[in-house]
Design a binder for this molecule. Structure first.
Ligand code: F6R
Length: 606
């Protein structure tokens, strides 16, 4: 993770760099820093904690200079301290910022220390600064120095370096971690994504893996890792709103929960063709040829794939495997049964998901990226793109992107089933009508905040909780538990309710909160029996259910209901009260809802 920014040729660039960093704070918020060159000296400010602290530092001691780089950190190597905050400076003349992990840093550090370099941090990144010092000491020009450095490092990186040896240019490079070059008017910029640059320019060049560039005010010179000049076209990226505000809500998460009716409606519109039919954004014959899908994702997006598996298998009869992206290619999976890989990611940048998608492509599969950020790396690399139109999601915990993903996946499943001849036009239209009703139904569930508040008040006292669901509500139980633990730091585990009797039921003791998800579907009776078993052993049942399912339950301690809906759509609707419960519990506990500890929004390390 981490966010990096840089500028060359921009008058008094430090304030602008801070603005760019604010747009990247979703990538990490352990510490931050900016370095500039002014009066032929390196000038550095760093602060532990959120960007607000760096802002204060800069107000107390402003930085001058027309060239600079900045960083917001999500710690990987080395604790959260000022010494470990980027930028890192070596020999008082080379500064670097880095996103990623230099996997062979230990060996390089040892070699450099033996050669007399002294290090001031515990990070893997600092070796980059020393490697450039070494290269410049050897008399290499910037491009030759970059070739030498890149030849020595392994791992994922996007980095930027500046040096007193060449005070009018930045050296930048990327491999697996994202990096955008922004072309301005007499100035050039760099950022981990185009959003970081959107207040400066929309003309952007994306470097390919292992490219590097020497960036000057009049433009970048781009090279492949061996120093061969490379031509990379610039693109005009879509206008984006840049910094988004909370719109009067207390937290971004609260705002984003409320934006779900719109996120669903806009995502549905993107999946509806000009004849008003659901589409998979793909040629019908190609769609009909899909014989198996492997779905690749992480975290909440992974749970969306697990729910979608129920839809795709039951509607279209196409086999689906849901893979945790970080495990996928290292396992050397048998890929024979799958023609298609569907990579699902809000950010479109999760490195685990990107690497898994690349592996699937290398195995000959057609790749589809389902992303919320249109210019993201996954969107650029996939053979086809399915968009969610949830708008920028700022809260670290995913909410509206999740329900937008589910909307798109249900549309995809329906279009696939029709293309396969498994669903007639009338049935496809019936599902379409039900999805169209979703924004209104989700709107109704937003009225549940007051009802859930006292339940959250009690939940906030808990040390541990269980979430149970059966059928398509099992993955929703996993998602509900993830939301609660990441926001409130209360231990929460999700189980398939039918699995309880095979072991986890031993966890149940008097008063343990058990969040039970129930819909009036074909497994309701069995799921309800499982919940009764938990209740009989002292579990305090917090039922989140459709009205008609709730009416069948007489053992719940608290009941949260949503309007009745076709069982197919129940996971989408029941997701909302689960989000509200996690949100309000976190508010009760006073945790940092939008930026929970140890997390970052976009995870670009493996
Ligand atoms: C949890 C959450 C994460 C993300 C995961 C994947 O609330 O937001 O689990 O879902 O890091 O991120 P994307 O979807 O951007 O690939």
């Amino acid at each position: 993770m981490c966010g990096i920014v840089g500028a060359v040729g921009h008058q008094q660039c430090s304030e602008m760099l801070l603005d760019s960093l604010k747009r990247l704070e979703y990538r990490g918020y352990d510490s931050s820093g900016i370095v500039t060159i002014h009066n032929n000296a390196i000038a550095l400010r760093r602060a532990v904690g959120k960007l607000f602290n760096l802002d204060q530092e800069l107000r107390a001691a402003p930085l001058a200079g027309e060239i600079g780089i900045g960083h917001t950190r999500w710690a990987t190597h080395g604790g959260v301290t000022t010494e470990n905050a980027h930028p890192h400076v070596a020999a008082g003349r080379v500064a670097i910022v880095h996103n990623g992990i230099i996997e062979n840093h230990g060996m390089i550090r040892q070699r450099l220390q033996d050669a007399g370099h002294s290090f001031s941090s515990d990070t893997d990144s600092e070796v980059l600064a020393h490697l450039f010092v070494e290269a410049f000491d050897a008399g290499l020009d910037p491009a030759a120095a970059a070739v030498k450095v890149l030849a020595e490092i392994d791992g994922a990186y996007a980095f930027a370096a500046l040096s007193l040896d060449h005070p009018d240019l930045l050296i930048v490079a990327r491999n697996a971690s994202p990096l955008a070059l922004g072309i301005g008017d007499g100035a050039c910029y760099i950022g981990s994504d185009a959003i970081a640059l959107s207040h400066l320019t929309r003309r952007v060049i994306y470097l390919k893996d292992k490219d590097f560039a020497v960036v000057q005010p009049d433009g970048p010179q781009i090279f492949t890792a061996d120093g061969t000049p490379a031509n990379r076209e610039s693109v005009i990226v879509s206008a984006n709103p840049g910094l988004v505000d909370k719109g009067g809500y207390r937290h971004f998460m609260e705002k984003e929960i409320h934006e779900q009716p719109d996120a669903i409606a806009h995502s549905l519109a993107a999946m509806t063709d000009s004849d008003g039919r659901l589409t998979a954004q793909m040629d019908e014959t190609k769609l009909a040829a899909i014989n198996g899908i492997v779905m690749l994702a992480a975290g909440t997006s992974h749970y969306a794939t697990q729910i979608a598996r129920y839809w795709i298998e039951s509607l279209a009869g196409v086999p689906v495997a849901c893979e945790v992206a970080s495990e996928y290619h290292y396992r050397q999976p048998a890929t024979g049964p799958f023609s298609t890989a569907l990579a699902i990611s809000q950010s479109g940048e999760s490195l685990d998901t990107l690497m898994a998608m690349r592996h699937a492509a290398a195995c000959g599969m057609t790749t589809i990226g389902l992303v919320n950020v249109p210019d993201s790396t996954i969107a650029r690399e996939a053979d086809a793109v399915l968009p969610t139109r949830a708008g920028p999601e700022i809260g670290v915990a995913s909410t509206k992107a999740f329900t937008a993903q589910l909307t798109v996946l249900l549309c995809f499943a329906t279009a696939l089933a029709r293309a396969k001849g498994r669903l007639d036009e009338a049935s496809a239209n019936r599902i379409h009508k039900q999805i169209q009703a979703l924004p209104g139904l989700v709107g109704k569930t937003l009225g549940l905040f007051d009802h859930i508040r006292p339940i959250a008040h009690q939940m906030a006292q808990a040390k541990s909780t269980l979430y149970l669901g059966r059928g398509a509500l099992y993955p929703l139980a996993l998602e509900g538990a993830l939301k609660l633990k990441e926001l409130s730091y209360i231990h929460a585990e999700g189980f398939a309710s039918g699995e309880m009797k095979h072991g986890p039921i031993a966890l149940i003791e008097d008063g343990l909160p058990v969040v039970a998800l129930l819909a009036a579907d074909h497994v309701m009776t069995k799921a309800s029996s499982n919940l009764r078993e938990a209740s009989a052993r002292g579990g305090r049942i917090i039922l989140i259910a459709e009205e008609r399912a709730a009416a069948e339950v007489d053992y719940a301690d608290a009941v949260i209901t949503v309007p009745d809906v076709d069982p197919l759509l129940a996971p989408l609707l029941l997701a909302v009260p689960a989000q509200i419960l996690a949100y309000l519990t976190a508010v009760e506990k006073g945790t940092d809802v939008d930026q929970p500890r140890n997390l970052a929004k976009s995870v670009t390390v493996e």
